[in-house]
Ligand binder design. Sequence first.
Ligand code: BGC
Length: 728
Amino acid sequence: MKNWIIKEEWFNNQEITANENRFLCGNGYLGIRGALEEFQKEKLPAVNLSGIYDRVGDGWREPLNAPNPLYTRIKVDGEYYFLPEKEPVSHIQELDFRHGIVRRLTTFRTKRGCVTVEAEHFASMADCHLIGMRYTVTADFHADIEIHTGIDGDVWDIHGPHYDEVVIRQKDMCLVADAVTHENREHVCVAERYRTQAPHEHKTKEEERRALHRICVVTDINKPVVIEKMAAVYTTKDCNDPEKVSEKSVTDSMEAGYEELLKRHTACWERLWDTSEVEIEGDAEAEKELNYSIYHLLSIAPYHAGSQSIPARGLSGQTYKGAVFWDTEMFMLDFFLNTQPKVARTLLKYRIDTLAGAEKKAKGYGYEGAFYAWESQEGGYDACSDYNVTDVFTNRPMRTYFKDKQIHISGAVVYGLIHYVNLTGDTSILYEGGAETIVSCARFYDSRMSERVHSEVYELRDVIGPDEYHERVNNNSYTNRLALFVLREAAKLLSRSKEDKKLAEIFGEMDCEAWEGRFNEDAEKLLQKKPVKNNVIEQFDGYFQLEDTTVDTVRSRLLNEKEYWGGAYGVASDTQIIKQADVVTQLVMFPDDFSRETAWDNWGYYEPRTEHGSSLSACMYGILACICGHPNAAYPFFRKSAGADLKGGGKEWAGTVYIGGTHPAAAGGAYMTAIKGFAGITIEDGQVKAYPHLPDGWKKMRFSVFYQGERYEVVVTSDGAEIKKYEM
Ligand code: BGC
C-alpha cells in the first residue's frame, strides 16, 4: 500500500509560505495555496486563477487571485482562536495527493476546555469552477462557538490591488462576491453557500471587502459541528454573467451534496492517475517524490481549455507574473505527451494562438517571423520587463536582456510542436496553425542571423542562452543548434507542401520553393559548435577565455547574499560559472549528435561549473547522465528535481518581493529523468522501446505511455523491459 499522504505534524511560523506551496491543490482553472482557513492576505493565501491578468499603474502585470471563499475563523466563549495568534496544543496539516484533498487538524486549549478544528478542502477536478470545504468544530465541553465563514475579498497581491471594487451581496443563504479588475474591468465572481445539521443561529457579518456568515452554536460535549461549504468561481472570461452563473452553480452543487461532489472529484483523480502513476519498486522515497511531482503537474493542467498553457510557477500565485516560459515545452510537455496527450495539444495551441503576439514582438525589434514572448501572458504579450532584477546595493532596477535576447524561446515552441506531432501522430495541429508557426519561427531565425565578414558562416550574435548569467554572447551553442532544428523542420514542411494541398493553401502566396532553399542554406551555414578542448563544446564564443574558477569561489565574492550573479557586473559574468544546464540541455535534446563519450565529457566539464541557480538545471544533468549510462550519477539530480516542492528550500524572497511558489518545470524534469533517463524510453522505427539504466536499489518501474494514440504498459527492470499495448 503506497503512502499518498504528506504531512506536517506541528505548526511552524517559519514554514507558512513553504507549506502553502507544499499543500497546494488545483484543477488547472484555479490553484488554492495550502493556507489555513483563518489566514488573511499578509500570510499569502490565494485562490490563483489561470489565464486572467491585470495591471495596476507601472507594476508588473500579473494573474488574479480570486476572493477567498475558504476564509473561516472561530470564536469560543467570545474569544477568537486561530493560528498563529493562539498557540495550539497540536496541529497537523496533510495532503492526500492521490486525490487532491488538503486537511488540517488543530486543537486549542481554551479557559474551559479543548476545542478542535478539523477542515478539508479540494479544488474539484470534476467541475473546475467548484471548491468544496468541510469544516468541523468539536469541543470537550459545552462551548459557546461562533464560526465565521464566508468570502474574504481583501486578497493578497504582489503588484495590486487588482480589484477597484469588491461588492459582496447576500442572496438568501448565498454570499456572492463580485470583484472588478482595474485594467479591463473584468468581473471575478465567487459564490459560496454552507450547510449544517447542527441547530444554530445565523447572522451575517460584514467587514471591509469581507462578508461572513456567523454560525452560532452551543456544542454538546465531543459532538462535532460540521459545516459543509461549496463555492463557485466564474469570471467574464468564462461567461457574460459570472455572478448569476456562480450563484446557480453553487446552489446546484449544494443540492448534489458535499459527499457526492467529493466522490466525483476523487473519481476524476483516479482516472488521471490511471495513465500517470509511476511505480518504482525498491525506492519508496523516490517513488513518493516523483508521484508528488506528478500530482503538481496534474493539478495545474488546463483541462478546461482548448488553448492555454502553464505558468512557470504553476497556479501557486503571482510570482513570475503567472507567465509561460520555455519551461512548458522543454520541461513539462513530455509528461503530458506520455500521459494526457489532450493537454499537450492544449499547451501547444496556446503557442499557435499567440503567434500574432510573437510576430509583433519580432517586428518591434526589426525582424521577420515569430519571436515568442520570454514571459508570455494572454495574446502572447511579453510580460518580461526591461529591468527584471533590482540591484541590492543601489536599489536601482538593473537592465536585463532576457526578453530581448533569449531567442531560443521560438526554438522551444517548434521543438514542442514537432515532438507533439511525432509522438501523437496528430498532424491536424499543423493545419490549425502549427505549420505557420514553425515557418514563422524559421523566418525569425533567418532574419536574426548575420553573415560573418569574408566568410560563408552565419552566426546568431548578441543572444542569451539558457544560462542567464552570461548576457549578450555570440553563438550560444544551444541556441544555434535549436535554430538549425527549426530551419530544417520548416524546410521539410515547405517541401511537403508540394504534395500536400492543404499545406500549400496555408502557405498561400509564399514562394515555398525559394524559402525551402533559403532555410536549407541557412541550416548549412549556421555555425554549429563542435567539441574542442578536451572534447568539450564551448558554450558560446570566448567562454573558454573566461576565468576558470569554482562555484564556491564565485559565491565567496558576493558582498550581499541576495546580489545578482549575472548581468553586466555580476560575480559570475566574467567567469565560466553558469546558472543552469546549457550545453548539457542541448545534448539532452539532441542526444544523437555526438557520441556518449563526448556527451559524458561535457557533463563532467560543465557540472562543477554550474551553480544550479534555477530549478530547471538538475534534471538535465540527470537525464544526460542516464543517456551516458551513469544512472547512479544521475540519481542525486533526479532527487533534487523530484524534491523541489516537497522539500522546498528554493529562494522564497527577493528583498521584500515574494518569489516562491511551486516548480512545475522541475516536476516535469523529474518525470523526464525517470522515464527518458532511468527507464530509457525512446521511439525507434515507429515503436516504443526502452533501454533501462536503473540506479542502485531500483528493482522495477511500471508506468504507461501514449504513442500514436495507443496506450502502452511498460514494465522495466535492469535486465530489460516489457512493453505491451494496453487492453481495456
Ligand atoms: C530560469 C529560466 C526559467 C525561469 C522560469 C529562470 O530563473 O533561468 O530558464 O525559464 O526561471 O522558471
